[in-house]
Design a protein around this ligand. Sequence first.
Ligand code: HEC
Ligand code: HEC
Length: 201
Amino acid sequence: MVLKKTWVGLVSLAAIVAVGCASGASTVSEESLGLRKTNLYTEKAETAGEATTYSKAAAGSSKTFARAFENAPPMIPHDIEGMLPIKIGNNACTGCHMPEVAPSMKATPIPASHFASFRPTTAMGKDGRITKEGKGVDNTSDFKTVAHKLDKLSGARFNCSQCHAPQSTQAPLVGNTFTPDFSANGAKSSNLIDTINEGVQ
Ligand code: HEC
Ligand code: HEC
């Protein structure tokens, strides 16, 4: 906290000095400099801002969010109280989201991409060159991703909260003017496993 304040102070000071030099008069107010809309000497509740809050709607009674962009990991719309941290022997998320149980829970099933490994089979050829999927590859950006289907959830997808997060109910601090281009169902569902090589020649 102390370090943070010092930095805010230094940055604002630099800005005031810079503006002061350029225009000959210091016309920029402290309140307009940063995300905090109060001057640097105020530390009361109005500086602290709103506490971040999350949906209290129980799983099954929340409304899903539109995806941020095509194949973005969807935000969690429901309360996750008591579900975290995910542990090796205790993953509540899979209890409702595994494809075999999801329809009966009315939950979105975990997609096919989470039951695959996208890591290429890598080996050293006889000539000492690295091969991926049996072929020598000079430039990995030319390499088409191969989805190796797994018969279980990929270990890389076990820790759901690494990629899926609840959405804060607080008004955004900074507006977002990005408008995503979605394919037909892209705002509501994902298809990464089918489109992973899009744009790769
Ligand atoms: C009790 C069952 C249950 C549990 C446990 C649960 N979910 Fe859900 N989840 C749902 C349901 C049902 C929905 C659909 C929205 C609704 O009806 O609330 C959903 C929606 C979602 C969505 C949005 C999907 C979309 O299509 O936009 C994500 C992401 C999600 N859950 C992730 C998680 C994660 C991560 C966990 C573990 C921390 C978890 N869920 C635990 C039942 C559950
Ligand atoms: C490494 C990041 C990552 C992890 C870990 C991860 N996901 Fe995802 N998830 C994604 C991304 C990215 C998408 C959207 C693209 C895709 O894969 O289809 C997605 C999509 C989803 C969807 C939407 C499916 C649909 O048809 O629209 C659900 C539900 C979901 N994940 C649940 C989970 C659950 C439950 C876990 C934990 C068991 C989990 N995910 C772990 C990144 C992740």
